[in-house]
Design a protein around this ligand. Structure first.
Ligand SMILES: [Zn+2]
Length: 448
């Protein structure tokens, strides 16, 4: 279909303080970014551009959007419902008791609120590990919410942890055909099975083969525990290791396990705030860097941890400083730096999700997923000495003035552009109150 003479839709971000993230984070003052039909068309000084919508970026820091590689968006309606909880407490309260109560409508509300929260905080891409697929209606609601929000997302079809019956291959196949007929688009699909740390290897094998049959990437929680001390070796022995797999947490994995991941081309998602608060094991940024494993960051569970990428970057940095190097002291050979964690929050995450061709940096031709921070905010000014340091150490979501996804503004002037935000907030409160009451009633009954 010939549409060659149409004028492309252009937006010019004029004269910003631009931070690109590839190959390493670098600052480019007084720089323009030209967006053409949703893609980055040029980055440079004083670009000669006509017929473009202008965004004045003079008092702004311009960055590629953040990539959250591991988050359970449905849990947004359970925000702060498992504060100070251990892993066992979180599992029984959130994944056992509360999860069973959620209707498809509740999942829609949680996912939509969570996706809007991401966009508000500059997270333009999220891997939604959605282990709430009780019925096909739950799946439809979860996917619809992601599409409605206008976020770039990888919908990770996950089986409910405490419901064997919901693990049905044909349902996964149907979601793949009905909701994801093509492999492109803003929302794509992955499989998020229980995996070898929580299920017998025969079960994992069925899931891995299903993912490959449907050409879905895999996201999986891993740890060394009672089911498998060496879950990655178990996958290797079953002939299942591949570059299509994103491993989550893994703090308790031994070094040979990490080597297997590295050799297979797999990637890791770490969620430093949750890993510390639920005591998953020592921080592991340094080990992952030494092993040469692509690493992204994630918020994981907003039931129990902060939710924005600034918090994740700081948690990664600070916990990483506690980690010993190979000789027991600080790792002098590969010290963890502020630019390193910014790269993890952008390019690292994009690569971990297999989306580095599309997002993660300001590379020409990439999708224009961008965020603009107000450099004149009182907690950021003066942005003079080290803009990368200011973003990583001092910024918060309230500093974000504008967020673009494929060039479309989803936040402008500090406000989300989504029309139904008020309704989503009302629904979320109603769902949360209903869940709290149900939990209180169940607790009272248990005491009798
Ligand atoms: Zn998780």
């Amino acid at each position: 279909m010939g549409d060659h003479h149409r004028t492309p839709h252009r937006t010019l971000l004029r004269d910003g303080l631009v931070i690109d993230t590839d190959p390493q984070p670098a600052v480019r003052p007084h720089t323009d970014v030209l967006v053409e039909d949703g893609r980055i068309a040029a980055v440079g000084t004083r670009l000669p551009v006509h017929d473009a919508q202008m965004i004045d970026a003079r008092e702004m820091i311009v960055l590629p959007g953040f990539v959250d590689t591991h988050r359970h968006l449905w849990q947004t309606i359970l925000r702060s419902a498992a504060v100070d909880a251990s892993l066992d407490g979180y599992l029984s309260r959130i994944l056992d008791r509360h999860a069973r109560r959620l209707t498809p409508a509740d999942v829609h509300t949680g996912n939509l609120l969570g996706a809007l929260e991401c966009l508000d905080a500059g997270v333009t891409t999220v891997q939604d590990f959605s282990h709430i697929q009780y019925t096909p209606e739950h799946s439809a609601a979860a996917v619809l919410a992601l599409r409605t929000a206008g976020i770039r997302a990888v919908f990770g079809y996950g089986y409910p942890v405490f419901d064997e019956a919901a693990r049905q291959a044909d349902r996964v196949r149907r979601v793949r055909t009905e909701h994801f007929p093509s492999r492109d688009g803003l929302v794509t699909m992955a499989l998020a099975p229980l995996g070898p740390s929580f299920a017998p290897i025969g079960t994992a094998r069925e899931d891995w083969l299903l993912a490959r049959e449907l050409e879905l990437p895999i996201a999986v929680h891993v740890h060394a525990g009672p089911v498998a001390q060496r879950p990655i070796a178990a996958l290797q022995e079953a002939g299942l290791l591949g570059a299509d797999t994103l491993y989550v947490h893994g703090n308790s994995l031994a070094d040979p396990e990490l080597k297997l991941i590295a050799d297979s081309g797999g990637a890791m998602a770490i969620t430093p705030a949750i890993e510390a608060s639920m005591r998953f094991g020592p921080p592991m940024v340094g080990r992952l860097r030494r092993a040469g494993i692509t690493t992204g960051l994630g918020a994981d569970a907003v039931t129990s941890a902060p939710c924005d990428m600034f918090s994740q970057m700081r948690a990664a940095l600070m916990s990483g400083h506690f980690e010993d190097g190979p000789d027991g002291g600080p790792d002098e050979g590969l010290p963890l730096t502020v630019p390193d964690v910014l790269r993890m929050a952008t390019m690292g995450g994009a690569t971990a999700l297999g989306l580095d061709h599309a997002v993660g940096s300001l590379g020409i031709g990439k999708r224009a997923d961008l965020l603009l921070l107000r450099a004149d905010a009182v907690n950021l000014a003066p942005v003079v000495h080290d803009p990368i340091g200011a973003v990583v150490l001092a910024a918060h979501p309230g500093n974000i003035d504008t967020v673009l996804v494929e060039g479309r503004p989803v936040k402008r002037g500090g406000r989300l552009t989504h029309q139904g935000l008020g309704g989503v907030l009302t629904e979320a409160r109603q769902v949360a109150e209903r869940l709290r009451e149900a939990d209180a009633a169940a607790a009272a009954e248990a005491e009798e």
